[in-house]
Design a protein around this ligand. Structure first.
Ligand code: NI
Ligand code: MN
Length: 226
């Protein structure tokens, strides 16, 4: 499994030659200026919730790549009305098999509305179980006891979680989440995009190390094998 970071909470997983693009938000992100969203590959686009910092580039990338959008029912309706046909609606608790593996949708403790204020369904996280490893992307969320249920579905190799605080978990709660998930490798996202979610990286690494956990903060635009 290959991980590519596009900044904020946008990343891709390459599994079995397929590109899974999560929460596309590239063109409005000052920190991701070096990335041209029109060159980002996608076979599937997974959208965790309707906030603009998770779907700003979804429409353009889906149009160009003909990728299948996987998201909750309300966001599915939104894209259907725009004329998209390749959309796979899911919802919290549901799982489905794809050619990259099994995908399960889990609850995220967060809100979800479109920029115009209309209802965006329930915010979700995703668990991917594949031949190349298992990964949990929490989406935007606060710490939740429900996270304890995830290891009974998949023994995780990696957890991708927000650590910027203020509007999601911060580093202290991400450490607690990692323990609940029985997952020692955390890829931190959703930080530094704006001044309010600035991260003290030294403090973050120190806290994770002290708790026997590995924090991974990939450079925007970089890829790594998981
Ligand atoms: Ni959000
Ligand atoms: Mn967000």
């Amino acid at each position: 499994m290959r991980f590519i970071y596009y900044g904020h909470a946008c990343f891709a997983l390459e599994i079995g030659g397929k590109h899974l693009l999560f929460d596309p938000f590239i063109s409005p992100n000052e920190l991701a200026k070096a990335i041209d969203p029109q060159t980002v590959p996608a076979d599937f686009i997974l959208i965790s919730h309707a906030h603009f910092d998770h779907l700003a580039d979804a429409e353009a990338i889906a149009k160009r790549t003909d990728a299948t959008i996987i998201t909750n029912w309300e966001i599915y309706e939104y894209f259907k009305k725009k004329g998209f046909e390749k959309i796979f609606p899911m919802n919290v608790g549901g799982k489905a098999d794809f050619d990259f593996g099994t995908l399960k949708c889990v609850i995220a403790q967060h809100s979800s509305s479109f920029p115009d204020g209309s209802y965006g369904g329930t915010a979700m996280g995703f668990v991917i179980k594949s031949q190349e490893g298992n990964l949990y992307y929490s989406g935007d969320t606060g710490l939740s006891l429900d996270m304890q249920l995830i290891p009974s579905f998949a023994v995780l190799n990696y957890a991708v979680m927000p650590i910027g605080d203020v509007i999601t978990m911060g580093i202290e709660d991400a450490v607690r989440a990692a323990h609940m998930l029985s997952c020692h490798k955390v890829i931190g996202v959703h930080y530094n995009t704006w001044g309010t979610i600035e991260l003290d990286k030294d403090k973050a690494f120190e806290l994770f190390n002290r708790n026997g956990l590995e924090l991974i903060l990939p450079e925007i635009g970089s890829g790594m094998d998981l």
